[in-house]
Design a protein around this ligand. Sequence first.
Ligand code: SF4
Ligand code: SF4
Length: 245
Amino acid sequence: MSGSDPLPKSVSRLKFSDTFTFSCHKDVKCFTECCRMLELALSPYDVLRLRKATGLSSGQLLGSHILMEQDPGEPFPRFYLTMVDDGRASCVFVTREGCSVYQHRPAACRAYPLARGASLGAGGTVQEHFALMREAHCQGFFEPVEQSVQQYSNEQQLPLYNRFNDAVAAILQHDSIRKGFIPSAKQIDLFVLALYNIDSFRDLLQNDRLDAVALTAADKNRLMDDEELLLFAINWLQQQLFTPF
Ligand code: SF4
Ligand code: SF4
């Protein structure tokens, strides 16, 4: 890290091919310590997976497990997983045995101790950035397992999550946003609906009640698939936000 690098000492930048030493498993002394006192931001794909894990609808998750916050000056709200009031601010899904939604856990949990950022260049090309967070309580750095960022990302099935997160980045990093676009209250409602309340979005779509959408029976059938639906919702939202009428 250079002297002018603004990152804290515990954080270092890594390239995709760089290696680091780390492993997490049930026998580490700190097991599940990182599942407490955290701000866990959720992407639309994280919510889609948590629906699968819990059997709850997106509306139920929004009502009981997700906090929505919008900072002044931000165009859109952000969504965070709820922590419970147990004196340790534990994640709503952590148990003594570990994560109760492990197969469907959010991307940030999979990536830890890495973090990935994506910036979109001209023509929608994605440039990835990686950072390693070396937190004092994490004993995983003392485990003798060396892997590259690429290997770790693949083991944690992050490319699947990245596909959807990069599609959403096309909205969050859209030129109009960079130029100061301020969405209307209705457009913010559409953002929440399309990205975070996919079950309600599907109901409207299947019942022909969405603006500017005419679907064939074959389209409707294809969009019963959750992942197809989310990609469709992202594209639809982009049009609703940025296409001049
Ligand atoms: S703090 Fe580190 S080693 Fe401990 S459970 Fe979390 S990720 Fe694993
Ligand atoms: S979702 Fe699972 S892995 Fe992520 S913080 Fe909660 S319990 Fe830990």
